[in-house]
Design a protein around this ligand. Structure first.
Ligand SMILES: Cc1cc2nc3c(=O)[nH]c(=O)nc-3n(C[C@H](O)[C@H](O)[C@H](O)COP(=O)(O)OP(=O)(O)OC[C@H]3O[C@@H](n4cnc5c(N)ncnc54)[C@H](O)[C@@H]3O)c2cc1C
Length: 423
């Protein structure tokens, strides 16, 4: 049991067996440190496995300068960490586990079989072979009076001895997979500045909701090949209508800006282009083309290919008189205002924004308020869109924290973390 391991001398406890914690374990064990990994769940990497369900997007192949613009807020320390564990390095690392990768048409990088499970299996096997010990169903609760990390376990509450601690506890989405954000008040009480966790890469509710007719017929259907413009940025892609609003990759790409606008203004109105490959003049010409006895729907279907959810959206969001007015209808097809009133709850989000503030950390990701305690992964204050950026930055920070903890131990400053300033 890890509880006795402290007798062997300096050792590192890592809490969180997600990709950040596992990468920290790998970096530390390579540096010759004895590592024990703890996790509240019965098995490791549950969110990572879920990420593999829709095709594990490990990283992105775009140029580093462009890649780094995806991370926000702009943070030189994080950028340096991602430069130190680049997409190429990540692909080479996957290959070292026997997992070959390919670049998809979008530039996103996936394992050839698209799955997370074989990679996780090989990774855990390699870590165990290197001596890393795993302690599942150990939920970190904070520190005891002597400054030792405290866990609730099936056998009761236990404090452990360790010479350094890495926290890789994840963000606040999909709590049932383990990362529930319960660490936020614990770290705040320990004097660590934490920005509140918020949904990122999330869906949004439309103002006033959809009509029951629209929800019944179209919830779950995709808007294919459309464009969204918001805040002066325009992107093409796809998203999905939900029972109360919108979600999907194109919406996620705007989610940080939309969330911030809603927090500031109470709502946010995006502009939806239902025919991004047609210019406004063409659309107006086709809409105004005499339609004879044809219904408006079959006219628009025949001349512009507008049908299904796209047609329904026009009826849903436009007053009747605008639908009957060719100029207004044509303008709406190219720029339909859609007002969003709230992000969906954080538990539904792909990831979370907020977390441990950068000012609370040194360049090795050690907490200034808690020498010997390091943080990594999604629990740090950064966010990124989907596209492989999340896992890349998660693993890059895990690596820095693991190396930082090993360095701390090797430097011989290792004593029980925070023993001096324990409550
Ligand atoms: C549906 C979905 C699909 C995704 N797809 C992708 C994708 O394709 N590409 C991509 O880049 N990213 C994707 N992501 C995001 C990615 O999975 C996360 O950003 C990543 O898992 C974060 O890693 P982490 O190690 O920081 O945290 P997590 O993976 O959340 O791991 C944190 C670990 O800490 C444990 N823990 C938390 N609190 C405690 C505690 N108090 N005590 C003990 N243990 C604790 C948890 O049980 C968990 O095992 C996806 C996310 C979701 C939800």
């Amino acid at each position: 049991m890890g509880e006795q391991a402290g007798q062997e001398g300096a050792r590192l406890a890592i809490v969180g067996a997600g990709p950040a914690g596992l990468m920290a374990a790998e970096a530390a064990v390579q540096a010759g440190v004895q590592v024990d990994v703890y996790d509240a769940m019965p098995s490791a990497g549950r969110k990572f496995l879920l990420a593999g369900r829709g095709g594990l997007n490990l990283t992105h192949s775009e140029a580093p300068e462009r890649f780094l613009t995806r991370l926000r807020p702009q943070q030189p320390a994080l950028e340096a960490m991602v430069r130190g564990f680049s997409p190429e390095a990540l692909r080479a690392w996957a290959a070292s586990l026997g997992i070959e990768t390919f670049v998809g048409t979008s530039g996103r990088v996936f394992p050839t079989d698209m799955k997370a499970a074989p990679l996780l299996r090989a990774w855990l096997h390699r870590l165990r072979a290197a001596g890393v010990r795993f302690h599942m169903r150990h939920r970190w609760e904070g520190w005891d009076g002597a400054g030792r990390p405290v866990f609730s376990t099936p056998g009761g509450t236990q404090s452990i001895d360790c010479a350094a601690l890495v926290l890789a506890l994840g963000g606040g989405s999909w709590a049932r997979l383990g990362s529930d954000g319960a660490w936020v008040p614990v770290l705040q009480e320990a004097g660590v500045a934490v920005r509140p966790l918020q949904p990122s890469n999330c869906g949004f509710d439309v103002e006033g909701g959809w009509t029951p007719f629209f929800t019944e017929r179209h919830a779950g259907q995709p808007f294919k090949s459309v464009a969204i413009e918001f805040g002066g940025v325009r992107r093409k892609g796809e998203f999905v209508a939900t029972a109360s609003g919108v979600e999907g990759s194109l919406v996620y790409a705007f989610s940080a800006d939309l969330r911030e606008a809603i927090a500031r203004d109470g709502q946010a109105t995006l502009s939806l282009d239902l025919l991004p490959d047609r210019d406004a003049a063409f659309v107006l010409r086709e809409v105004t083309h005499p339609r004879g006895s044809r219904s408006l729907s079959s006219h628009l279907r025949g001349r512009l290919g507008l049908e299904g959810i796209k047609m329904a959206m026009l009826h849903e969001r436009l007053p009747r008189e605008a639908v009957q007015d060719p100029a207004r209808l044509a303008a709406a097809i190219k720029a339909l205002p859609v007002t969003l009133s709230a992000p969906r709850p954080i538990d539904e989000a792909i990831s979370s924004a907020g977390g441990v503030e950068w000012s609370a950390l040194d360049e090795r990701l050690m907490l200034r308020a808690r020498p010997g305690v390091f943080c990594a992964g999604e629990m740090l204050d950064w966010e990124a869109p989907t596209g492989g950026y999340l896992l890349t930055a998660t693993m890059a920070t895990g690596r820095v924290a693991g190396e930082g903890a090993a360095h701390w131990l090797v430097q011989g400053q290792a004593k029980r973390p925070q023993a001096a300033d324990a409550a």
